[in-house]
Design a protein around this ligand. Structure first.
Ligand SMILES: NC(=O)c1ccc[n+]([C@@H]2O[C@H](COP(=O)([O-])OP(=O)(O)OC[C@H]3O[C@@H](n4cnc5c(N)ncnc54)[C@H](OP(=O)(O)O)[C@@H]3O)[C@@H](O)[C@H]2O)c1
Length: 210
């Protein structure tokens, strides 16, 4: 199974890449700065480019079975369109080339219907702090919900850590599992490549946490 991975230079993307290669999956990654990827592997193809420049990656993406997006803003909290506009570029290429399966990341913390967001910390600190990012994630989720020709899965992790892999975590449709507040990027990567690509998660939002 060929995988196209966006965001491989980021914290989660790097963990996804390591695991995909451990599973011997051929992986194509797009990187604005290929030197930021230190891994070399016969199954890894690094393409230099940005998500908005579809010409840089459309050919390789067309050969893939699954697209995984771990795009994000790094430490920036400024207004962004990386999810909505970046995501639209990805699905435009998928639609043109007939690739259907997409697994993408947002967060559960912006969703007022999620009981986990009723805590004071989320409401009065986290949501105001990350409002620009959450606004664009919300747009991206709406775009996907109206893109029935794409077999999308939205992963909504709780707070990400660089902690060790535990090998166990909880998932729930739409909302954060009760009491869950964090997950390591390694365990998130594990869930994505072992479970989230399965057909049962198509057109679902899946929250994941310890
Ligand atoms: N931090 C948390 O607690 C938390 C909680 C829930 C959800 N999330 C979400 O989970 C995702 C992963 O987070 P993370 O902290 O592990 O990753 P991250 O460090 O934010 O990585 C972002 C990745 O996106 C890439 N990227 C950004 N703009 C790009 C562009 N125009 N073209 C191509 N690539 C581009 C970056 O590449 P460069 O190296 O070139 O910048 C990097 O590889 C993010 O969407 C984040 O918002 C985070």
């Amino acid at each position: 199974m060929n995988i196209f991975l966006f965001g491989a230079t980021g914290g989660t993307g790097k963990e996804i890449l390591i695991k995909l290669l451990e599973h011997n999956c051929p992986v194509f990654v797009l990187a604005r700065n290929p030197d930021a990827i230190s891994i070399r592997h016969h199954h890894l193809t690094i393409i230099k480019g940005g998500v908005y420049d579809t010409e840089t990656y459309k050919e390789q993406l067309s050969t893939c079975d699954v697209v995984i997006s771990a795009l994000g803003t790094g430490t920036s909290r400024r207004p962004t369109e990386i999810y909505s506009k970046g995501g639209q570029q990805i699905i435009a290429v998928m639609q043109k080339t007939g690739v259907k399966r997409l697994v993408t990341l947002t967060a559960g913390a912006f969703d007022p219907t999620d009981p986990a967001t009723r805590s004071r910390i989320i409401k009065y600190i986290v949501q105001p702090l990350f409002k620009n990012i959450y606004a664009d994630m919300q747009k991206w989720e709406r775009i996907l919900e109206s893109s029935k020709d794409i077999d999308w899965t939205i992963i909504r992790p709780s707070r990400l850590t660089n902690g060790k892999e535990r090998g166990s975590y909880r998932t729930l449709q739409d909302h954060c599992p009760k009491g869950g507040s964090k997950i390591s990027r390694r365990d998130l990567a594990d869930f994505i490549i072992k479970h989230a690509v399965a057909p049962k998660y198509i057109h679902q939002k899946v929250a994941v946490a310890y």
